[in-house]
Design a binder for this molecule. Structure first.
Ligand SMILES: C=CC1=C(C)c2cc3[nH]c(cc4nc(cc5[nH]c(cc1n2)c(C)c5CCC(=O)O)C(CCC(=O)O)=C4C)c(C)c3C=C
Ligand SMILES: [Fe+2]
Ligand SMILES: [Fe+2]
Length: 339
């Protein structure tokens, strides 16, 4: 028997997550959830939970809440931009000649809108085809892997499961590289070409890479593709890693160390792009745009500019559409007998 309504396909754009408010209490709640994920912190949980609760969650939330307050724009930039991306992607699917209804949703691995709530709401609406689009250009177990985990854990509690497909990542997708290149060219048309372009990616602990996480290799690959499309000589750009957390070694070179060295060398102008972030957030608007400027300039460096993330650029939404559309079309084929 056919269902009375035509089937609906859902696309879920997932990002990391962010606190509900720029307050110490909200940041503590968010960090507790985020940093309790064994995908993020690979220390045995019984030891880590003691360190987390006795030390990290006592000292870090106050400082980090202050940083969030400095970038808060009525809401967390990460959530605001993700919601805007979803609206634009919905408009794209509304314009497609498809037989099924396609609905686009925002979700976060930690915080709100919670991915588990989005999945439950979709199944309550009898949506049986879901395309997961984690907005991480470079796969890492600590980010995209964590999205898989949330979906799998949610699935453990469901008697009737939807069909779910995943976009793994898009670190060398020509539309992604082209969108980054165009954003750099647009920025440089206004601000001129710098002596150095720094491609600064969020880091991961070095042992994660040694154990097989492909993230840092994919970042280096994105950087090399982008430099090639921009026609840069090797001395004109560098790839580095930022946002270290904890005491262990992270993948290198470090962004702050690179900027310190460049400052000391008297580099006159630097532009920084952060291709791992699909939306501007604390790590770009505060750490890159403010903290690292200070690091570079206090060490003798000159002009410093942060180039915004792809955010709601039309080329970025085009890319999301290209990534999700083949999955939507495949589901539509499967559903053909239903309408
Ligand atoms: C071991 C800790 C961490 C790993 C591994 C890690 C990987 C990782 N994170 C992102 C993207 C984002 N991270 C953000 C914030 C953030 N990241 C960590 C720690 C690790 N990240 C912390 C503790 C925080 C919170 C802020 C702080 O306390 O310093 C954000 C921003 C969220 C926001 O609200 O704006 C993003 C986005 C990637 C891509 C990644 C590895 C691939
Ligand atoms: Fe992070
Ligand atoms: Fe940071």
């Amino acid at each position: 028997m056919k269902p009375s309504n035509p089937p609906e396909i859902a696309v879920v754009l997932v990002n990391l997550g962010t606190p509900d408010a720029p307050t110490e209490a909200a940041v503590r709640r968010y960090l507790k959830q985020f940093l309790s994920d064994p995908r993020v912190i690979e220390i045995p949980q019984f030891i880590w939970q003691i360190i987390l609760n006795l030390f990290v969650l006592r000292s870090r939330p106050k400082r980090v809440a202050h940083a969030y307050a400095s970038v808060w724009d009525g809401d967390s930039p990460l959530r605001k931009i993700t919601l805007a991306q979803v609206d634009l992607l919905q408009q794209r699917f509304d314009q497609q000649q498809l037989h099924c209804k396609v609905s686009v949703h925002a979700a976060m691995t930690y915080g709100k809108p919670a991915l588990t709530d989005v999945l439950s709401a979709l199944t309550a609406k009898k949506v049986e085809q879901i395309v997961m689009l984690p907005a991480y250009p470079q796969f890492s177990g600590s980010t995209t892997g964590a999205v898989f985990d949330v979906v799998a854990k949610w699935g453990l509690k469901q008697r009737n499961l939807p069909s779910i497909s995943f976009v793994k990542d898009y670190f060398a997708h020509p539309q992604y590289i082209q969108a980054l290149a165009e954003s750099v060219k647009r920025f440089q048309a206004q601000h001129g070409k710098p002596e150095k372009l720094l491609l600064s990616f969020h880091g991961i602990p070095e042992p994660y890479e040694q154990k097989g996480d492909p993230y840092a290799r994919r970042c280096r690959c994105t950087a090399a593709h982008l430099a090639q499309v921009l026609g840069l000589e090797r001395h004109e750009w560098e790839c580095s890693f930022q946002s270290r957390f904890g005491k262990q070694e992270w993948v290198k070179p470090y962004t702050d160390v690179t900027l310190t060295e460049w400052g000391k060398q008297g580099i006159k102008s630097v532009q920084v792009l952060s291709p791992a972030f699909s939306a501007d957030c604390l790590e770009t608007l505060e750490e890159l745009a403010v903290e690292n400027r200070q690091t570079f300039q206090s060490n003798g460096g000159g002009d410093y500019h942060y180039i915004p993330a792809l955010n709601v650029d039309a080329a970025h939404i085009d890319l999301f559409e290209s990534l999700a559309l083949p999955h939507v079309q495949a589901w539509q084929q499967n559903l053909q007998g239903w309408y």
